[in-house]
Ligand binder design. Structure first.
Ligand SMILES: C[C@@H]1O/C(=N\OC(=O)Nc2ccccc2)[C@@H](O)[C@H](O)[C@@H]1O
Length: 474
């Protein structure tokens, strides 16, 4: 009877496996490169961990308010939320004169905040280009500012040692050939021109700015683009041939069945997943650590472009934002924190203050962020583990919740032996250790107030030490 059951279960497993394979579709325009990428450019992207996002365009001039009315929706969508005609909106171009823009000052603020990369909107959905483009007059050259603003920006950030990635919206409200859906032959002919315009602009950006490390695509959710899986697949190939090592997010493409971010077989497209927008994975989610990914985050609840009124929603504190950065790192993700400068080219005081507070924390603790990632341990109540890619005998504990009894319960992998535990800020003072089970300890709290998140370093006995062979507790 037992033999029959075993044979039955075995056959069931075979059938299930065959069924799964049968569902696998043949995807021609899905993943372009073997992931996770292990080339130097991607390793650098991964080790950067912390980036600054900048949303800047004509929308920063009205800042969410139109004809005296405040619109709560995202300020970079004011054109649609206030029902403004394209002609009226586009005339903002003649007001764009960021006299307070100082690229070096922006880059210094970013450097001091501790970011290793920046992603800036070269063209958002409105279609206005922050660089002088050969393919449109709706660009910085045709504003009172005139100069190559994007070029100044890239030069200043590169001089601070910050990598630059360019955000580009395929969706273009200004361009006469934009079509949401391709219902008629005329739609299709127009969209062919839009596709050529898009390709020309992207190649132009890579030609003009060869130090650029990545392209961050957006505005790719409409049917028109999802119907063009082969075109966007070929375009990603062309862009990567032009700029070897280029890093592209998962929002660029859909496969030939219209599946975005992940192809129809669930395989990630682009070089990292960029679906975590204003949200993070569950902190205990281990599956997310398999791929490279990035969370992009706003300081208010839902404003990417500058909004004049920041009383509309909760404004995140630096500790909230630091916790998000640490959580991303703990799960092999990058954290891209957004800033929305004013139309005149300066940042609101609150953003400058938050950048300073985060930078002060990074001054003391960046070693648990840069070149760090998932430690292969379960999420625990006091905070997050991170581990440097360069060492296997040290683990970082980043504490956000001090235990009420002053004892940190730390569960490592079975067989792990803690050699020493100490505060990153006070390396000479070791925690008392109490081993409570195989690989599980209590660390006695080190007396002292900690108003900010802090780091405990766990040094492990290396696997070959004689101590490691000692009989671990049950
Ligand atoms: C970063 C944001 O990106 C956007 N749109 O978001 C998305 O498309 N989000 C998204 C897409 C796929 C999965 C999850 C979120 C833009 O409309 C918005 O103005 C801002 O630039």
């Amino acid at each position: 009877k037992r033999t029959i059951t075993c044979i039955g279960l075995f056959l069931l497993a075979i059938i299930q496996l065959q069924a799964q394979n049968a569902i696998k579709k043949e995807v021609k325009y899905g993943q372009l490169t073997e992931l996770p990428r292990q080339d130097e450019a991607m390793k650098k992207w991964r080790s950067n961990r912390f980036g600054q996002f900048i949303h800047w365009g004509l929308y920063a001039i009205p800042g969410g308010i139109w004809e005296g009315k405040t619109y709560k929706y995202a300020a970079e969508f004011l054109k649609s939320s206030a029902g403004i005609s394209t002609a009226t909106w586009d005339s903002l171009q003649y007001q764009f004169n960021p006299v307070k823009f100082d690229a070096k000052e922006w880059a210094k603020m970013a450097k001091d905040m501790g970011v290793k990369y920046v992603t800036i909107t070269t063209k958002h959905h409105e279609g206005f280009c922050l660089w002088p483009s050969k393919y449109t007059d709706f660009d910085i050259e045709n504003t009172p500012y005139r100069k190559d603003l994007l070029g100044e920006f890239i030069k200043a950030y590169n001089e601070e040692g910050i990598d630059v990635s360019l955000y580009y919206s395929v969706l273009d409200w200004h361009h006469p050939d934009w079509r949401y859906k391709l219902n008629t032959e005329e739609d299709k002919a127009a969209f062919e021109r839009l596709k050529a315009f898009t390709e020309n602009q992207l190649l132009e950006l890579l030609e003009r700015y060869p130090t650029v490390k990545g392209l961050w695509f957006d505005g790719t959710w409409d049917q028109c683009w999802k119907d063009n899986g082969k075109f966007s697949y070929d375009l990603e190939k062309k862009l990567k041939e032009k700029n070897p090592g280029l890093i592209v997010n998962s929002r660029m493409r859909a496969d030939e069945y219209g599946s975005r971010h992940f192809d129809s077989n669930g395989v990630l497209m682009g070089d990292y997943e960029s679906g975590y927008e204003r949200r993070l994975p569950n902190p205990w989610d281990v599956a997310v650590t398999k791929n490279d990914w990035e969370c992009c985050m706003t300081i208010p609840e839902n404003q990417w472009g500058y909004h004049k009124d920041w009383t509309l929603t909760h404004i995140k504190t630096s500790n909230e934002l630091i916790e998000m950065l640490v959580q991303c790192t703990s799960q092999n993700g990058n954290f891209l924190l957004n800033f929305g400068p004013r139309g005149e080219g300066n940042f609101r005081e609150k953003e400058v203050k938050l950048a300073k507070e985060i930078g002060d924390w990074m001054d003391d603790n960046s070693s648990v962020i840069y070149n760090c990632g998932y430690a292969g341990l379960k999420k625990q109540s006091w905070g997050y583990f991170t581990k440097s890619s360069d060492s296997d005998d040290a683990i970082n504990m980043v504490v956000f919740n001090k235990p009420i009894n002053g004892k940190y319960r730390v569960k490592l992998n079975k067989g792990s032996i803690i050699k020493r535990a100490y505060l990153l800020s006070k390396p000479k003072k070791s925690f008392n250790l109490e081993e409570i089970a195989n690989g599980e300890y209590f660390l006695d709290d080190v007396k002292g107030k900690c108003k900010d998140p802090f780091v405990i370093i766990i040094e492990l006995e290396d696997k070959d030490s004689k101590k490691f062979k000692q009989k671990a507790l049950t």
